[in-house]
Design a protein around this ligand. Structure first.
Ligand code: HAM
Length: 430
């Protein structure tokens, strides 16, 4: 039987896993530096958790199934809704703000292509119960900090606020349902399609012009003044703009000023309510968005108290791809530092004892488990990249010694058996 991997999934081999793990550890470290604590939620949840407010785009992509008890379940397509559920279940009474981060796989039934997988990983965070512009700014600063720490260059952090366009659509009396469709079209970034949908909803010409101008607005601080002239008189849109301006000021205080204000960001998920942000890395083709996030009102929608919440998630696979494209690799540590080679079967038990002592002292050690001849052991140790081989021979053992071979220098020395571990601790970096 020829069993293949499911479409849109991947296997990761040793080198790639090692790279991924190091990036993961770097990100965890930075998240923890900002006071985030890790949480884990189930891989599958009640389907309703994702159908309530994630938006139509996500709905079509959900891996949905019924279990043997007839329950409608779904593999999680993202982690914000599960974290909102977790918050309502477990954390409502905890002192706020609550800072949580997660790393886990998500599932979306998408057409697989470069950077678009059916199983992919997100490393992200949610901040519940902080004040708006301050929390949003800190989260954006955190995402920038992560990328800087990894050495990624040429990334662009785009920041918008959905309240500006929603404010305008509300004032024009556009229904919530139509607004959601307009936002979804804006998210695609296709102006022609936007014009068509505005036509379909019989939006008047003046409003159409305003919307098209706004979604095309991109730049630094100067954009704020331009937008404020365009939306003059619309109180709720102006309030959202003010919030955006305040956020930029705080973000600069956090030391990040290389942002791009972009009112064309609408986000694919329907639960966002205010500030939104996306990070792009050019050179990744159509899947250049390595991160997305914003402020949302899911907790309220799920029946929890009204509490300000914001977050973002890195698309971990796309981040890895971006690092690879820019030639950034994490230092590769050795698989094993020491290989213990019994020269004959008679000494294999002593070899195991020695290997175990080294391991207990934190030295990455492998030992021959297949009874190979010395030459084959040496070539296997070499293929693993072992720096040292301990040749355990009967004659040496009788004298209380072991031969230590340096595979890189090709030199070997005799070491007292009770000194071997101490000797290797000095030689092998932990
Ligand atoms: P999202 O933009 O749908 O937001 O996903 C976050 C990131 O996951 C994207 O920016 C992208 O890099 C990556 N991603 C999405 N789909 C795929 C895929 N099929 N293959 C590979 N990578 C993918 C969210 O999921 C929100 N929950 C983020 C958030 C957290 N908002 C607030 N808090």
């Amino acid at each position: 039987m020829d069993i293949q991997r499911p479409r849109g999934t991947r296997d990761f081999l040793f080198h790639e896993m090692s790279q991924r793990k190091q990036v993961e550890n770097t990100l965890r470290r930075i998240f923890e530096t900002y006071g985030y604590q890790e949480i884990k939620t189930p891989l599958f949840e009640d389907l309703a958790l994702f159908t309530m407010k994630s938006g139509e785009g996500i709905m079509e992509q959900i891996y949905h199934f019924q279990d043997k008890g007839g329950r409608d379940l779904a593999l999680r397509p993202e982690l914000t809704a599960p974290v909102a559920r977790l918050y309502i279940n477990e954390l409502q009474k905890k002192s706020k703000p609550i800072k949580m981060y997660y790393f886990g796989s998500c599932f979306r039934y998408e057409r697989p292509q470069a950077g678009r997988w059916r199983q992919f990983w997100q490393l992200g965070c949610e901040l519940i119960g902080g004040r708006s512009p301050e929390s949003e700014a800190e989260i954006i600063a955190l995402s920038a900090h992560c990328l800087e720490e990894l050495g990624l260059e040429d990334f662009e952090i785009h920041i918008g606020n959905l309240g500006i366009i929603r404010g305008i659509l509300n004032e024009a009396g556009v229904s919530r349902g139509e607004q959601d469709q307009i936002m979804a079209t804006i998210d695609k970034g296709d102006v022609k399609e936007l014009k068509d949908i505005l036509e379909t909803f019989r939006v008047d010409q003046n409003l159409k012009d305003v919307l098209i101008t706004l979604v095309g607005m991109k730049g630094h601080r100067e954009v704020i003044d331009k937008v404020s002239r365009i939306i003059d008189g619309n109180e709720s849109a102006l309030k959202a703009l003010k919030e955006l301006e305040e956020l930029l000021g705080i973000l600069e205080a956090f030391g990040f000023s290389n942002y791009i204000v972009n009112l064309g960001i609408a986000r694919g998920l329907d639960y966002y309510s205010g500030t939104v942000s996306e990070i792009y890395v050019h050179g990744l083709g159509a899947q250049k968005q390595i991160s997305g996030g914003g402020t949302y009102n899911l907790i309220e929608l799920f029946g929890g108290e009204t509490v300000e919440s914001t977050g973002f998630a890195f698309g971990f696979d796309r981040l890895m791809e971006a690092l690879k494209k820019q030639g950034i690799t994490m230092p590769q540590s050795r698989t094993v530092d020491v290989f213990v080679a019994p020269i004959s079967q008679e000494v294999k038990l002593q070899a195991f004892e020695i290997a175990q002592d080294l391991r207990k002292n934190g030295i990455k050690t492998d030992v021959d488990l297949v009874g190979r001849k010395l030459k084959r052991i040496l070539s296997h140790a070499d293929s693993l990249g072992a720096r040292y081989v301990l040749l355990v021979g009967e004659r040496d053992l009788k004298e209380g010694k072991i031969t230590l071979k340096d595979m890189e220098l090709g030199e070997q020395i005799l070491v007292e058996i009770d000194q071997v571990t101490a000797h290797l601790i000095k030689l092998c970096p932990q």
